[in-house]
Design a protein around this ligand. Sequence first.
Ligand code: SF4
Length: 269
Amino acid sequence: MTIYWPNYYKDFKCKAGNCLHTCCAGWVIGIDEKSLKRFEGEPEVASRISDGCFVLKDNGRCPFLRDDNLCEMILKHGEDFLCDICKEHPRFYNAFDDHTEAGIGLVCEEACRLVLEAEGPFELVADDGSKMELPDYVKVIFDTSKPLTEKLSAISGGRRANSKIRSEIFDEMEVMDPKWTKLLSKVIEAPVSEEDENKAVLENEKALTNFAAYLLYRYKGAGRFAAESVYLLSDLIVKGCGLLDVARVFSCEVEYSDINIDQALETFA
Ligand code: SF4
């Protein structure tokens, strides 16, 4: 089946030892069956697995992650030796009847930079060079004849939570990092007006358009969710957060918890 990728994917390369927010720490790393079998033949790997997962160190780091943030397993056995989750992260796939739409998740700082800094609408390109048109629900957000605020209103059917309620909704979700709760509490304690939200949206229009497009693409046209997420980011920008940083943290907290993403999509359906 043909897999289409946004054209910026060709520029994606893991920052490895230069990554400031390595994905090899702070998560449960579940190993697929095939890799588990392969690892059984390597005692120094097998001894660091329990219940199908790598046994993380006390500081939450993968046991194969060296102090210089390079992977001991890759250095010793090569990238092909890795289990699926380590090989695939931060890629995601949406399967359709006749093709697959793939992408890279904002939880990875390099993916986040590439996605948010992209120029204009992305193209969907397969390995053989064939292209696929962007779905209409993604195209609308790149319409340059309207400001982003107007397009957000259109994709959310004119519905919009106020900043306090929106942050409270996200705050009720499973927390991956307590710093996220602290950020949300800034908005809950001193809500941001719609006027200030709109100003932040328009001041960061290119990156927030890319952010909305990413969510629309990944969650198949979930317009209200995309709009509320853009406004949440704009609230946090008003509170002094950096856009790239807060988009990455949002992705980690909301997208990379199955419970949270289901809840967010359902709440903002
Ligand atoms: S977060 Fe991204 S850049 Fe950093 S180590 Fe993971 S895949 Fe590489």
